[in-house]
Design a protein around this ligand. Sequence first.
Ligand code: 2HG
Ligand code: ZN
Length: 478
Amino acid sequence: MMPDQSVPEHVLDQLRMIVGASGLITAPGETAGYLEDWRRLYVGRSFAVVRPANTDELAQIMRLCHAHGIAVVPQGGNTSMVGGATPSPSGTELVISLSRMNRIRAIDAIDMTMTVEAGVTLRAAQDAATGQGGLLPLSIGSEGSAQIGGVLSTNAGGNNTVRYGNARDLVLGLEVVMADGQVWNGLRRLRKDNTGYCLRQLFVGAEGTLGIITAAVLKMVARPRETAVAFCAVASPEAALSVFARFQAHDPAAVQAFEYMSGLGVDLVLRLVEGTILPLAARADHYVLIELATPRPNAGLRQSLETVLEAAMEDGEVIDAAIAESDAQIRAIWRLREEHSEAQKRAGASVKNDVSVPVSSVPALIRGATAACAALLPGILVVPFGHMGDGNIHFNLVQPPDMAAADFLALDHAIMDTVAEIVRTLDGSFSAEHGIGQLKPYMMEDWRGGAELATMQKIKRALDPAGLLNPGKVLPSF
Ligand code: 2HG
Ligand code: ZN
Protein backbone atom coordinates (compact mmCIF):
# COMPACT_ATOMS: atom_id res chain seq x y z
CA MET A 1 0.00 0.00 0.00
CA MET A 2 1.29 3.46 -0.83
CA PRO A 3 1.32 5.90 2.06
CA ASP A 4 -2.11 7.49 2.29
CA GLN A 5 -2.34 10.75 0.30
CA SER A 6 -3.82 12.57 3.28
CA VAL A 7 -0.59 12.08 5.25
CA PRO A 8 2.07 14.42 3.99
CA GLU A 9 5.45 12.85 3.31
CA HIS A 10 7.10 15.29 5.71
CA VAL A 11 5.02 13.82 8.58
CA LEU A 12 6.48 10.41 7.81
CA ASP A 13 9.92 12.00 7.74
CA GLN A 14 9.33 13.54 11.15
CA LEU A 15 8.08 10.25 12.56
CA ARG A 16 11.25 8.65 11.23
CA MET A 17 13.34 11.31 12.89
CA ILE A 18 11.65 10.60 16.23
CA VAL A 19 11.91 6.82 16.26
CA GLY A 20 14.70 6.12 13.75
CA ALA A 21 14.27 4.26 10.49
CA SER A 22 13.78 0.88 12.17
CA GLY A 23 10.98 2.25 14.37
CA LEU A 24 8.71 3.15 11.45
CA ILE A 25 7.13 0.44 9.31
CA THR A 26 5.44 1.36 6.05
CA ALA A 27 5.97 -1.69 3.80
CA PRO A 28 2.62 -3.47 3.37
CA GLY A 29 4.20 -6.88 3.91
CA GLU A 30 5.45 -5.74 7.30
CA THR A 31 2.43 -3.77 8.49
CA ALA A 32 -0.07 -6.56 7.69
CA GLY A 33 0.26 -8.30 11.08
CA TYR A 34 -0.73 -5.09 12.87
CA LEU A 35 -3.85 -4.53 10.79
CA GLU A 36 -5.83 -7.67 11.52
CA ASP A 37 -7.25 -8.80 14.86
CA TRP A 38 -6.64 -12.19 16.47
CA ARG A 39 -10.17 -13.38 15.68
CA ARG A 40 -9.85 -12.26 12.04
CA LEU A 41 -13.06 -10.27 12.29
CA TYR A 42 -11.50 -7.00 11.16
CA VAL A 43 -8.91 -6.02 8.58
CA GLY A 44 -7.92 -2.37 8.77
CA ARG A 45 -5.53 -0.20 6.75
CA SER A 46 -2.84 2.15 7.89
CA PHE A 47 -0.22 4.33 6.27
CA ALA A 48 2.33 3.28 8.89
CA VAL A 49 3.06 1.51 12.13
CA VAL A 50 5.30 3.41 14.52
CA ARG A 51 7.20 1.71 17.33
CA PRO A 52 8.49 4.17 19.94
CA ALA A 53 11.29 2.96 22.21
CA ASN A 54 10.38 5.14 25.19
CA THR A 55 7.83 7.52 26.67
CA ASP A 56 9.58 10.61 25.33
CA GLU A 57 9.42 9.30 21.76
CA LEU A 58 5.72 8.55 22.17
CA ALA A 59 5.11 12.05 23.56
CA GLN A 60 6.81 13.53 20.49
CA ILE A 61 4.71 11.31 18.21
CA MET A 62 1.52 12.47 19.89
CA ARG A 63 2.53 16.12 19.67
CA LEU A 64 3.09 15.64 15.94
CA CYS A 65 -0.21 13.80 15.47
CA HIS A 66 -2.02 16.43 17.50
CA ALA A 67 -0.58 19.21 15.36
CA HIS A 68 -1.63 17.47 12.13
CA GLY A 69 -4.92 15.98 13.30
CA ILE A 70 -3.74 12.41 12.75
CA ALA A 71 -5.69 9.72 14.58
CA VAL A 72 -3.82 6.89 16.29
CA VAL A 73 -4.55 3.30 17.27
CA PRO A 74 -2.47 2.07 20.23
CA GLN A 75 -1.60 -1.62 20.05
CA GLY A 76 0.03 -4.09 22.42
CA GLY A 77 0.03 -7.83 21.83
CA ASN A 78 -2.92 -7.55 19.42
CA THR A 79 -4.98 -10.14 21.27
CA SER A 80 -8.22 -8.16 21.52
CA MET A 81 -11.42 -10.18 21.28
CA VAL A 82 -13.41 -7.13 20.15
CA GLY A 83 -11.21 -5.48 17.51
CA GLY A 84 -10.04 -2.91 20.05
CA ALA A 85 -6.54 -2.54 18.60
CA THR A 86 -7.33 -2.76 14.87
CA PRO A 87 -7.43 0.42 12.76
CA SER A 88 -10.42 1.27 10.58
CA PRO A 89 -10.31 0.62 6.83
CA SER A 90 -9.85 4.36 6.15
CA GLY A 91 -6.05 4.08 6.02
CA THR A 92 -5.72 7.43 7.82
CA GLU A 93 -4.97 6.12 11.32
CA LEU A 94 -1.44 5.60 12.57
CA VAL A 95 -0.90 2.35 14.47
CA ILE A 96 1.32 2.83 17.52
CA SER A 97 2.87 -0.41 18.69
CA LEU A 98 4.09 -0.27 22.30
CA SER A 99 6.03 -3.53 22.02
CA ARG A 100 9.50 -1.95 22.11
CA MET A 101 8.73 -0.34 25.46
CA ASN A 102 9.36 -3.57 27.28
CA ARG A 103 11.50 -2.77 30.30
CA ILE A 104 10.78 -3.74 33.86
CA ARG A 105 11.82 -0.46 35.43
CA ALA A 106 11.77 -1.48 39.07
CA ILE A 107 10.63 -4.22 41.38
CA ASP A 108 10.43 -4.02 45.15
CA ALA A 109 9.88 -7.05 47.33
CA ILE A 110 9.15 -4.96 50.46
CA ASP A 111 6.64 -2.64 48.81
CA MET A 112 5.44 -5.65 46.82
CA THR A 113 5.25 -3.51 43.68
CA MET A 114 6.67 -3.65 40.20
CA THR A 115 7.00 -0.80 37.71
CA VAL A 116 6.66 -2.11 34.19
CA GLU A 117 6.42 -0.58 30.75
CA ALA A 118 3.43 -1.03 28.49
CA GLY A 119 5.12 -3.43 26.08
CA VAL A 120 6.14 -6.01 28.71
CA THR A 121 4.15 -9.18 28.10
CA LEU A 122 2.00 -10.29 30.98
CA ARG A 123 4.03 -13.50 31.19
CA ALA A 124 7.32 -11.59 31.42
CA ALA A 125 5.82 -9.48 34.22
CA GLN A 126 4.59 -12.62 36.01
CA ASP A 127 8.06 -14.20 35.68
CA ALA A 128 9.73 -11.09 37.06
CA ALA A 129 7.38 -11.11 40.06
CA THR A 130 8.08 -14.80 40.64
CA GLY A 131 11.80 -14.10 40.45
CA GLN A 132 11.41 -11.78 43.44
CA GLY A 133 9.43 -14.34 45.44
CA GLY A 134 6.08 -12.65 44.68
CA LEU A 135 3.10 -13.31 42.46
CA LEU A 136 1.49 -11.00 39.92
CA PRO A 137 -2.00 -12.40 40.35
CA LEU A 138 -3.42 -11.91 36.89
CA SER A 139 -3.73 -14.85 34.55
CA ILE A 140 -5.37 -14.86 31.12
CA GLY A 141 -5.22 -17.28 28.20
CA SER A 142 -3.26 -14.85 26.00
CA GLU A 143 -0.70 -13.93 28.66
CA GLY A 144 2.26 -15.04 26.51
CA SER A 145 1.46 -12.31 23.96
CA ALA A 146 -0.80 -9.80 25.73
CA GLN A 147 1.13 -6.75 26.93
CA ILE A 148 0.67 -4.76 30.13
CA GLY A 149 -0.53 -1.65 28.29
CA GLY A 150 -3.34 -3.56 26.63
CA VAL A 151 -4.07 -5.64 29.72
CA LEU A 152 -4.65 -2.44 31.70
CA SER A 153 -6.35 -0.53 28.89
CA THR A 154 -8.91 -3.33 28.68
CA ASN A 155 -9.02 -3.98 32.44
CA ALA A 156 -8.41 -7.67 31.77
CA GLY A 157 -9.97 -10.16 34.17
CA GLY A 158 -9.06 -13.79 33.72
CA ASN A 159 -8.87 -16.80 35.94
CA ASN A 160 -7.98 -15.31 39.32
CA THR A 161 -10.55 -12.51 39.56
CA VAL A 162 -12.46 -14.58 42.11
CA ARG A 163 -9.56 -13.99 44.50
CA TYR A 164 -7.64 -10.88 43.46
CA GLY A 165 -10.06 -8.82 41.37
CA ASN A 166 -9.52 -7.49 37.85
CA ALA A 167 -6.49 -5.73 36.37
CA ARG A 168 -7.66 -2.39 37.78
CA ASP A 169 -7.44 -3.75 41.31
CA LEU A 170 -3.71 -4.30 40.85
CA VAL A 171 -2.82 -0.80 39.64
CA LEU A 172 -1.25 1.66 42.08
CA GLY A 173 0.17 4.09 39.56
CA LEU A 174 0.29 4.92 35.86
CA GLU A 175 2.26 6.87 33.32
CA VAL A 176 0.13 8.09 30.44
CA VAL A 177 0.73 10.07 27.25
CA MET A 178 -2.25 12.31 26.53
CA ALA A 179 -3.82 13.16 23.19
CA ASP A 180 -1.80 16.37 22.90
CA GLY A 181 1.51 14.73 23.86
CA GLN A 182 1.58 15.81 27.51
CA VAL A 183 2.97 13.16 29.81
CA TRP A 184 1.27 12.43 33.12
CA ASN A 185 3.71 10.74 35.47
CA GLY A 186 1.51 9.12 38.08
CA LEU A 187 3.86 6.22 38.84
CA ARG A 188 3.22 6.40 42.56
CA ARG A 189 3.71 3.30 44.70
CA LEU A 190 1.38 4.34 47.47
CA ARG A 191 -1.17 2.11 49.14
CA LYS A 192 -2.99 5.21 50.36
CA ASP A 193 -3.33 8.35 48.26
CA ASN A 194 -6.57 10.28 48.50
CA THR A 195 -5.68 13.35 46.48
CA GLY A 196 -8.63 14.21 44.31
CA TYR A 197 -10.12 12.23 41.46
CA CYS A 198 -8.61 8.81 40.92
CA LEU A 199 -7.26 9.52 37.45
CA ARG A 200 -5.49 6.23 36.93
CA GLN A 201 -8.77 4.34 37.04
CA LEU A 202 -10.06 6.51 34.18
CA PHE A 203 -7.38 5.21 31.85
CA VAL A 204 -7.68 1.61 32.99
CA GLY A 205 -10.42 0.06 30.87
CA ALA A 206 -10.65 3.06 28.51
CA GLU A 207 -9.18 1.00 25.65
CA GLY A 208 -6.77 3.75 24.64
CA THR A 209 -9.52 6.28 23.94
CA LEU A 210 -8.49 8.75 26.67
CA GLY A 211 -4.70 8.48 26.71
CA ILE A 212 -1.97 5.93 26.03
CA ILE A 213 -0.67 3.99 29.03
CA THR A 214 3.10 3.75 28.82
CA ALA A 215 3.99 2.28 32.24
CA ALA A 216 2.34 1.14 35.43
CA VAL A 217 3.03 0.31 39.05
CA LEU A 218 1.42 -3.05 39.80
CA LYS A 219 0.80 -4.76 43.09
CA MET A 220 2.31 -8.13 43.77
CA VAL A 221 0.99 -10.57 46.37
CA ALA A 222 2.59 -13.36 48.36
CA ARG A 223 3.47 -16.36 46.25
CA PRO A 224 1.53 -19.54 47.07
CA ARG A 225 3.45 -22.20 48.92
CA GLU A 226 0.87 -24.85 48.09
CA THR A 227 -1.39 -25.32 45.08
CA ALA A 228 -3.98 -28.03 44.50
CA VAL A 229 -6.00 -28.49 41.32
CA ALA A 230 -8.97 -30.72 40.51
CA PHE A 231 -10.97 -31.35 37.35
CA CYS A 232 -14.50 -32.59 38.00
CA ALA A 233 -17.49 -33.80 36.06
CA VAL A 234 -20.54 -32.26 37.70
CA ALA A 235 -24.20 -33.17 37.39
CA SER A 236 -25.53 -29.77 36.28
CA PRO A 237 -24.84 -26.03 36.28
CA GLU A 238 -26.64 -25.89 39.64
CA ALA A 239 -24.32 -28.59 40.97
CA ALA A 240 -21.34 -26.57 39.74
CA LEU A 241 -22.56 -23.55 41.71
CA SER A 242 -23.14 -25.64 44.78
CA VAL A 243 -19.59 -27.03 44.59
CA PHE A 244 -18.30 -23.45 44.39
CA ALA A 245 -20.32 -22.54 47.48
CA ARG A 246 -18.88 -25.54 49.33
CA PHE A 247 -15.31 -24.42 48.63
CA GLN A 248 -16.10 -20.84 49.61
CA ALA A 249 -17.57 -22.05 52.86
CA HIS A 250 -14.65 -24.39 53.55
CA ASP A 251 -11.82 -21.88 53.00
CA PRO A 252 -12.72 -18.79 50.95
CA ALA A 253 -9.16 -17.46 51.12
CA ALA A 254 -7.86 -20.49 49.24
CA VAL A 255 -10.06 -20.38 46.12
CA GLN A 256 -7.65 -19.20 43.42
CA ALA A 257 -9.79 -20.14 40.41
CA PHE A 258 -13.16 -21.77 39.81
CA GLU A 259 -13.85 -22.37 36.13
CA TYR A 260 -16.84 -23.91 34.39
CA MET A 261 -16.72 -25.81 31.07
CA SER A 262 -19.52 -27.31 29.03
CA GLY A 263 -19.25 -30.92 27.86
CA LEU A 264 -19.42 -29.90 24.20
CA GLY A 265 -16.66 -27.35 24.73
CA VAL A 266 -14.33 -29.93 26.28
CA ASP A 267 -15.22 -32.35 23.45
CA LEU A 268 -14.00 -29.73 20.95
CA VAL A 269 -10.72 -29.26 22.82
CA LEU A 270 -10.11 -33.02 22.98
CA ARG A 271 -10.89 -33.40 19.27
CA LEU A 272 -9.09 -30.37 17.86
CA VAL A 273 -6.11 -29.67 20.11
CA GLU A 274 -3.42 -32.33 19.98
CA GLY A 275 -1.99 -33.63 23.24
CA THR A 276 -5.07 -32.97 25.38
CA ILE A 277 -6.63 -35.78 27.40
CA LEU A 278 -9.68 -36.16 29.60
CA PRO A 279 -8.45 -37.21 33.05
CA LEU A 280 -11.80 -38.90 33.87
CA ALA A 281 -13.32 -42.26 32.96
CA ALA A 282 -16.23 -40.83 30.97
CA ARG A 283 -17.32 -37.60 29.33
CA ALA A 284 -19.96 -35.45 30.99
CA ASP A 285 -22.14 -32.49 30.07
CA HIS A 286 -20.63 -30.14 32.64
CA TYR A 287 -17.21 -29.77 34.23
CA VAL A 288 -15.50 -27.52 36.74
CA LEU A 289 -11.84 -26.82 37.38
CA ILE A 290 -10.92 -25.84 40.92
CA GLU A 291 -7.60 -24.35 41.90
CA LEU A 292 -6.80 -23.81 45.57
CA ALA A 293 -3.65 -21.95 46.54
CA THR A 294 -2.24 -20.37 49.65
CA PRO A 295 0.94 -18.75 50.95
CA ARG A 296 0.24 -20.36 54.36
CA PRO A 297 2.66 -23.17 55.19
CA ASN A 298 1.27 -26.67 55.73
CA ALA A 299 -2.27 -25.67 54.80
CA GLY A 300 -3.28 -29.15 53.65
CA LEU A 301 -4.97 -28.02 50.45
CA ARG A 302 -4.96 -31.47 48.94
CA GLN A 303 -6.90 -32.70 51.97
CA SER A 304 -9.34 -29.77 51.59
CA LEU A 305 -9.97 -30.72 47.98
CA GLU A 306 -10.65 -34.34 48.92
CA THR A 307 -12.90 -33.47 51.85
CA VAL A 308 -15.08 -31.05 49.92
CA LEU A 309 -15.26 -33.17 46.77
CA GLU A 310 -16.15 -36.33 48.70
CA ALA A 311 -19.07 -34.56 50.35
CA ALA A 312 -20.20 -33.19 46.98
CA MET A 313 -19.97 -36.68 45.48
CA GLU A 314 -22.09 -38.14 48.25
CA ASP A 315 -24.75 -35.55 47.48
CA GLY A 316 -24.63 -36.38 43.76
CA GLU A 317 -23.21 -33.00 42.67
CA VAL A 318 -19.83 -34.29 41.56
CA ILE A 319 -19.90 -37.35 39.30
CA ASP A 320 -16.16 -37.94 39.05
CA ALA A 321 -13.02 -36.00 39.92
CA ALA A 322 -9.31 -36.05 39.13
CA ILE A 323 -6.87 -34.36 41.49
CA ALA A 324 -3.54 -33.37 39.95
CA GLU A 325 -0.58 -35.26 41.41
CA SER A 326 2.18 -33.18 39.82
CA ASP A 327 2.91 -29.87 38.13
CA ALA A 328 2.64 -31.65 34.77
CA GLN A 329 -0.87 -32.83 35.67
CA ILE A 330 -1.81 -29.32 36.82
CA ARG A 331 -0.70 -27.99 33.44
CA ALA A 332 -2.57 -30.76 31.57
CA ILE A 333 -5.80 -29.95 33.42
CA TRP A 334 -5.43 -26.23 32.79
CA ARG A 335 -4.84 -26.92 29.09
CA LEU A 336 -8.34 -28.38 28.83
CA ARG A 337 -9.60 -24.99 29.97
CA GLU A 338 -7.14 -22.66 28.27
CA GLU A 339 -7.39 -24.28 24.83
CA HIS A 340 -11.10 -23.50 24.57
CA SER A 341 -10.58 -20.36 22.47
CA GLU A 342 -8.19 -22.11 20.10
CA ALA A 343 -10.43 -25.18 19.72
CA GLN A 344 -13.44 -22.99 18.99
CA LYS A 345 -11.45 -21.04 16.41
CA ARG A 346 -10.51 -24.32 14.71
CA ALA A 347 -14.13 -25.55 14.78
CA GLY A 348 -15.26 -22.78 12.42
CA ALA A 349 -17.00 -19.46 12.83
CA SER A 350 -18.01 -18.54 16.33
CA VAL A 351 -19.92 -15.81 18.10
CA LYS A 352 -18.61 -14.81 21.52
CA ASN A 353 -20.66 -13.43 24.36
CA ASP A 354 -18.37 -12.31 27.14
CA VAL A 355 -21.11 -11.78 29.71
CA SER A 356 -21.40 -11.58 33.47
CA VAL A 357 -24.22 -12.10 35.94
CA PRO A 358 -24.29 -12.31 39.72
CA VAL A 359 -22.49 -15.54 40.63
CA SER A 360 -25.70 -17.03 42.00
CA SER A 361 -27.37 -16.57 38.58
CA VAL A 362 -24.78 -18.43 36.50
CA PRO A 363 -26.90 -21.63 36.28
CA ALA A 364 -29.94 -19.61 35.15
CA LEU A 365 -27.77 -17.93 32.51
CA ILE A 366 -26.43 -21.24 31.20
CA ARG A 367 -29.84 -22.87 31.08
CA GLY A 368 -31.74 -19.87 29.71
CA ALA A 369 -29.25 -18.89 27.03
CA THR A 370 -28.66 -22.51 25.95
CA ALA A 371 -32.38 -23.01 25.34
CA ALA A 372 -32.79 -19.66 23.57
CA CYS A 373 -29.82 -20.21 21.22
CA ALA A 374 -30.90 -23.76 20.37
CA ALA A 375 -34.34 -22.42 19.49
CA LEU A 376 -32.83 -19.65 17.35
CA LEU A 377 -30.64 -21.97 15.30
CA PRO A 378 -31.05 -25.74 15.60
CA GLY A 379 -27.67 -27.49 15.36
CA ILE A 380 -25.75 -24.55 16.82
CA LEU A 381 -22.95 -25.68 19.16
CA VAL A 382 -23.50 -24.09 22.56
CA VAL A 383 -20.11 -24.03 24.29
CA PRO A 384 -20.18 -21.81 27.38
CA PHE A 385 -17.15 -21.78 29.65
CA GLY A 386 -15.28 -19.47 31.93
CA HIS A 387 -14.90 -17.79 35.23
CA MET A 388 -17.85 -19.11 37.19
CA GLY A 389 -16.36 -17.98 40.50
CA ASP A 390 -16.73 -14.33 39.48
CA GLY A 391 -19.91 -14.70 37.39
CA ASN A 392 -18.21 -14.19 33.99
CA ILE A 393 -19.19 -16.83 31.46
CA HIS A 394 -17.98 -16.87 27.85
CA PHE A 395 -21.28 -17.85 26.36
CA ASN A 396 -19.84 -18.82 22.99
CA LEU A 397 -21.60 -20.37 20.04
CA VAL A 398 -19.91 -22.29 17.25
CA GLN A 399 -21.48 -22.74 13.83
CA PRO A 400 -23.29 -25.97 12.95
CA PRO A 401 -20.72 -28.06 11.01
CA ASP A 402 -22.86 -28.14 7.86
CA MET A 403 -23.44 -24.39 7.67
CA ALA A 404 -21.37 -21.86 5.73
CA ALA A 405 -19.32 -19.68 8.07
CA ALA A 406 -20.59 -16.49 6.43
CA ASP A 407 -24.22 -17.53 6.88
CA PHE A 408 -23.55 -18.19 10.54
CA LEU A 409 -21.76 -14.90 11.06
CA ALA A 410 -24.66 -13.07 9.41
CA LEU A 411 -26.63 -14.12 12.48
CA ASP A 412 -24.12 -12.65 14.95
CA HIS A 413 -26.29 -9.77 16.11
CA ALA A 414 -29.34 -12.01 16.41
CA ILE A 415 -27.33 -14.45 18.54
CA MET A 416 -25.77 -11.71 20.66
CA ASP A 417 -29.15 -10.09 21.20
CA THR A 418 -30.67 -13.44 22.19
CA VAL A 419 -28.03 -13.99 24.86
CA ALA A 420 -28.12 -10.33 25.92
CA GLU A 421 -31.83 -10.53 26.61
CA ILE A 422 -31.29 -13.33 29.13
CA VAL A 423 -28.33 -11.49 30.64
CA ARG A 424 -30.47 -8.39 31.08
CA THR A 425 -33.17 -10.26 32.93
CA LEU A 426 -30.46 -11.51 35.31
CA ASP A 427 -29.05 -7.98 35.93
CA GLY A 428 -25.82 -8.82 34.14
CA SER A 429 -23.40 -7.08 31.79
CA PHE A 430 -22.97 -7.55 28.03
CA SER A 431 -19.19 -7.25 28.29
CA ALA A 432 -17.54 -8.64 31.39
CA GLU A 433 -13.83 -8.57 30.60
CA HIS A 434 -13.09 -8.25 26.86
CA GLY A 435 -14.27 -4.66 26.59
CA ILE A 436 -16.17 -2.88 23.83
CA GLY A 437 -13.61 -2.30 21.06
CA GLN A 438 -15.27 -1.86 17.69
CA LEU A 439 -17.52 -4.90 18.07
CA LYS A 440 -19.86 -3.55 20.72
CA PRO A 441 -20.16 0.26 20.69
CA TYR A 442 -23.60 -0.20 19.10
CA MET A 443 -24.76 -1.78 22.37
CA MET A 444 -23.66 1.10 24.58
CA GLU A 445 -26.68 3.33 24.04
CA ASP A 446 -29.06 0.55 24.93
CA TRP A 447 -27.14 -0.69 28.00
CA ARG A 448 -25.37 2.39 29.33
CA GLY A 449 -27.42 5.20 27.78
CA GLY A 450 -28.60 8.23 29.76
CA ALA A 451 -26.44 9.82 32.44
CA GLU A 452 -23.78 7.11 32.30
CA LEU A 453 -22.99 7.28 28.58
CA ALA A 454 -23.41 11.07 28.54
CA THR A 455 -20.77 11.36 31.28
CA MET A 456 -18.42 9.07 29.37
CA GLN A 457 -18.87 11.25 26.28
CA LYS A 458 -18.10 14.41 28.26
CA ILE A 459 -14.92 12.84 29.62
CA LYS A 460 -13.89 11.83 26.12
CA ARG A 461 -14.51 15.33 24.78
CA ALA A 462 -12.49 16.83 27.64
CA LEU A 463 -9.44 14.60 27.20
CA ASP A 464 -9.48 14.08 23.45
CA PRO A 465 -11.54 16.86 21.87
CA ALA A 466 -10.31 16.12 18.34
CA GLY A 467 -11.10 12.40 18.63
CA LEU A 468 -7.57 11.29 17.78
CA LEU A 469 -7.29 8.41 20.25
CA ASN A 470 -8.49 5.04 18.99
CA PRO A 471 -11.46 6.40 17.02
CA GLY A 472 -14.58 4.28 16.72
CA LYS A 473 -13.82 2.25 19.83
CA VAL A 474 -15.92 2.07 23.00
CA LEU A 475 -18.28 5.00 22.39
CA PRO A 476 -20.90 5.01 19.62
CA SER A 477 -20.30 8.76 19.24
CA PHE A 478 -19.03 11.66 21.36
C1 2HG B 1 -10.68 -16.88 28.33
O1 2HG B 1 -11.24 -16.81 29.42
C2 2HG B 1 -10.64 -15.67 27.46
O2 2HG B 1 -10.09 -17.90 27.94
C3 2HG B 1 -11.15 -15.95 26.04
O3 2HG B 1 -11.33 -14.62 28.05
C4 2HG B 1 -12.57 -16.33 25.96
O4 2HG B 1 -12.41 -17.14 23.70
C5 2HG B 1 -13.12 -16.62 24.57
O5 2HG B 1 -14.28 -16.33 24.34
ZN1 ZN C 1 -12.05 -15.06 30.05
